[in-house]
Design a protein around this ligand. Structure first.
Ligand SMILES: O=P(O)(O)OC[C@H]1O[C@](O)(CO)[C@@H](O)[C@@H]1O
Ligand SMILES: [Fe+2]
Length: 197
């Protein structure tokens, strides 16, 4: 996703985006339909049935200029739509940074949800997203946004070091150690029964 270059960006960049929806007409978003999340949700039968019925857009995000150097800052907005696969809320795929130590900052513009984080050693941390709340994802932690609202998109603004890179491999093969599911109308964190498989 991040363009690789050794030439620093030397021009100022401005992007106008909607503070509630996170959308902009200045750029194209990267779209992840539910089908792009194969293997990510714990209820695989519910996932297959839902994709066959209607392969909805589960999230999309904008990279506002994708700088790629250590000295630069990559940033954009992220929109995770409401929905569930079985009891599990819609979420982003999640990733470690290729340069593992790279941290990231998120600022919630609207909606509600959770930032699920875990280190390679298995430390799990969870922070709540609600409008006006920032979440600092420490270096070394994989991170995934989860939308826990029944009807509103979760909108965040994010920024991270330009050379952080995205490492999806571990998450695609092992998953996160925890899943976020609805129980009696509220989100709860459970052990992922499929973790490591
Ligand atoms: O990269 P994923 O896990 O698909 O999730 C996308 C989100 O994460 C980011 O890569 C930032 O970490 C954004 O581009 C976007 O908000
Ligand atoms: Fe990230």
């Amino acid at each position: 996703m991040t363009a690789s270059s050794t030439i620093p960006t030397t021009r100022a960049v401005a992007t106008a985006f909607d503070l509630t929806t996170g959308l902009t007409e200045d750029r194209a978003s990267l779209k992840r339909p539910l089908s792009a999340m194969a293997g990510m949700y714990s209820d695989t039968a519910a996932f297959d049935a839902q994709v066959a019925r209607d392969d909805v857009l589960s999230y999309e995000f904008y990279d506002f200029d994708v700088p790629s150097l250590e000295t630069e800052v990559a940033y954009g907005t992220s929109i995770t739509y409401p929905g569930k696969v079985g009891d599990e809320y819609f979420m982003t795929k999640g990733h470690f940074h290729t340069r593992l130590e790279s941290a990231e900052i998120y600022f919630c513009l609207s909606g509600q949800g959770l930032m699920l984080m875990e280190s390679p050693e298995g430390d799990v941390q969870v922070e709540e997203f609600r409008p006006g709340r920032s979440v600092y994802v420490p270096g070394r932690y994989a991170h995934r946004s989860v939308n826990t609202s029944s009807d509103e998109p979760l909108i965040t603004f994010f920024a991270f070091p330009g050379d952080a890179g995205h490492d999806y491999g571990t998450i695609e093969t092992k998953g996160f150690r925890k899943i976020v599911v609805e129980r009696d109308g509220a989100p709860v964190l459970l052990d992922n029964p499929r973790w490591g498989n």
